[in-house]
Every structure is written in C-alpha cells, then in structure tokens.
Design a protein around this ligand. Structure first.
Ligand SMILES: [Zn+2]
Length: 135
C-alpha cells in the first residue's frame, strides 16, 4: 500500500469515518484532493406506486494515495466536515464505470459532430432565403 502525508486520509491520516456510506462514480476530479461522486438511487413515488431513478451527487475528499480519477467507482463514507461542502471521504477504489466512460465518449463525439451540423443549417437557411428572394 502506498503511503501519503495527507492528514485527512482515512488510511494514513487521523480522519475517522462515521455515518452513511455509499459507492458511486467519480464524475469530476479537477479540484485538488476533491472529487465529485455521483450515484443512482431509486426514489419511490407512493402516489403512482412505482419507483423512479434519481441521482445523488456530492463532493468527497480524494486522498493523495488514492487519487481517484473521473470514471472510477469509489466507496465513500461520511466523516467530520472537511470544508464547507465536503463531509465525505473516499475510502477505496472499486473499479471502473465503463458505462460512464462510454457515455462521456459519446458526449465528446456529439460535441465534435455538432459543429459542422450548425454550418449545414445556416447553409440551408441561406438557400431558403435565396429561394424566397427569387420568388
Ligand atoms: Zn493515504
């Protein structure tokens, strides 16, 4: 196991965990030692007698030794508040969220494709405007 000097590391530091724990996918890890973790939960609607998928998202401390990256599945646990918005810490990496990575790739692809599509539209509009003028 790697060591680290992070005092807020649940393994090498003195941070104690307590309370709720979840596992979710890291969707953002740009900020230093902070990761945004998202997971799905089912929300039961008694009125319609069925449940619906909802997403929960929160910020968790990303210890130096774990350094979880976007798309990785992690276990998080509640701890004392580390900052205004952080009161969860990543305990371990569980694996990779392949579905999430594929979705991200699709989003990236659609961004690339969206650009030429726009110019096509304006080209169509030009032709449309021209044909109107001709009439
Ligand atoms: Zn550590």
């Amino acid at each position: 196991m790697e060591t680290c000097n992070d005092p807020n590391c649940p393994i090498h530091g003195s941070l104690k965990t307590r309370g709720r724990s979840f596992s979710g996918t890291v969707i953002e890890s740009k900020a230093q030692k902070t990761a945004t973790v998202e997971w799905q939960r089912t929300y039961y609607l008694s009125k319609y007698e069925r449940s619906e998928k909802r997403r929960s998202k929160l910020k968790a401390h990303n210890p130096e030794c774990l350094n979880a990256k976007k798309g990785e599945i992690v276990k998080i646990s509640e701890c004392r508040p580390l900052s205004k918005t952080k009161h969860f810490v990543i305990l371990e990496k569980v694996g990779k969220d392949i579905a999430f990575m594929e979705r991200e790739e699709l989003i990236e692809e659609s961004k690339v494709k969206a650009k030429p599509a726009k110019s096509e539209q304006t080209e169509e509009q030009k032709q449309w405007n021209q044909s109107k003028q001709e009439l």
